[in-house]
Design a protein around this ligand. Structure first.
Ligand code: UTP
Length: 292
């Protein structure tokens, strides 16, 4: 029996230390890129990919994320009273967008542990994982591209991008062979190597923050050994899953911004502002006037 991917898990319990002091009180996921908080890009992508249940794995001080997708009664009342119809629509669209469930990861014990924290909310079905830091710009949503592969293969699929040169050492990397018939984008994975030296990297396919996983990953995460600081790495769980099931990498079509990093955040802000329907033309003129 084939299964549909309905649930999208957003691990968002990290401390966001690369953005201090901005993230001392405000969750990193709530920093705005142009006019939307980072988390909203991921949630919109999940919904456009067919997911209708959003699961946030949060930590202390992250309540603003849940509030953002809730009704804001006073705001909506005020906008209604002032006949600000367009703004009211914007506010309502977000609150009516989606059902959100959230669960606390009490101690940030790693990405693998964050995913495991969502086990009971996910249950025994395939699900998506989206790291909110990765803001995607793609004609077909990145997650949709993975789900299309999942629907064909009924196996876990990890998004990748090509990373050339020494920068590969910052990523998990696929050891994999291309699957014929997918324009060289689909790979059957034989191993995953975390942050290899450039010389040792088995390929230039770097793992990025989108996954479709089968529920067996939970059992695998429960049985791997934590690292020195008690952290559970998702990559270790995926490697364990490979012993039981096939797993694919898909080099997605589109652009990824690492908005969890200051430079990546600025790139996302500038490029998405340039493409923005209202702001784009004026912002383009402004950038040209800088004559850098
Ligand atoms: P990062 O490695 O980017 O960590 O986590 P971070 O804490 O968010 O940011 P920095 O490095 O301190 O600036 C990757 C993703 O995994 C989540 C994070 O919220 C982020 O979405 N995560 C990480 C958890 O949910 N729990 C953890 O224990 C660790």
């Amino acid at each position: 029996m084939t299964m549909r991917v309905r649930k999208a898990v957003f691990p968002a319990a990290g401390l966001g230390t690369r953005f201090l002091p901005a993230t001392k009180v405000i969750p990193k996921e709530m920093l705005p890129v142009v006019d939307k908080p980072i988390i909203q890009y991921g949630v919109e992508e999940a919904m456009a990919s067919g997911c209708d249940q959003i699961i946030f794995v949060t930590g202390r001080g992250k309540w603003a994320m849940e509030d953002h997708f809730d009704m804001t009664y006073e705001l909506e009342q005020t906008l209604e009273a002032r006949s600000k119809v367009e703004l009211l629509d914007v506010a309502r669209q977000i609150s009516q967008m989606v059902r959100v469930a959230s669960i606390r990861q009490k101690v940030p014990l790693g990405l693998g542990h964050a995913v495991l924290t969502a086990k009971d909310l996910v249950g025994n079905e395939p699900f998506a994982v989206l790291l909110p830091d990765d803001v995607m710009d793609a004609a077909v949503p990145c997650l949709k591209q993975l789900i299309d592969v999942f629907n064909q293969k009924q196996a876990s699929v990890i998004a990748t991008q090509v990373v050339d040169g020494k920068a590969i050492s910052a990523y998990g990397v696929l050891d994999a062979k291309p699957v014929p018939g997918f324009n060289g984008r689909l790979f059957e994975i034989s191993n995953l190597v975390e942050k290899p030296k450039f010389e040792d990297a088995p390929s230039n396919q770097a793992i990025i923050g989108r996954y479709v996983l089968t529920p067996r990953i939970f059992e695998c995460l429960e049985n791997i050994n934590p690292g020195a600081l008690g952290e559970l790495q998702l990559t270790d769980g995926l490697r364990a899953l490979l012993k039981y099931e096939k797993m694919y990498g898909y080099c997605f079509e589109g652009k990824r911004y690492d908005a969890g990093d200051k430079l990546g955040f600025l790139k996302a802000t500038v490029e998405l502002a340039l493409k923005h329907e209202d702001l784009g033309p004026a912002f383009t003129e402004y950038l040209k006037s800088l004559k850098l």
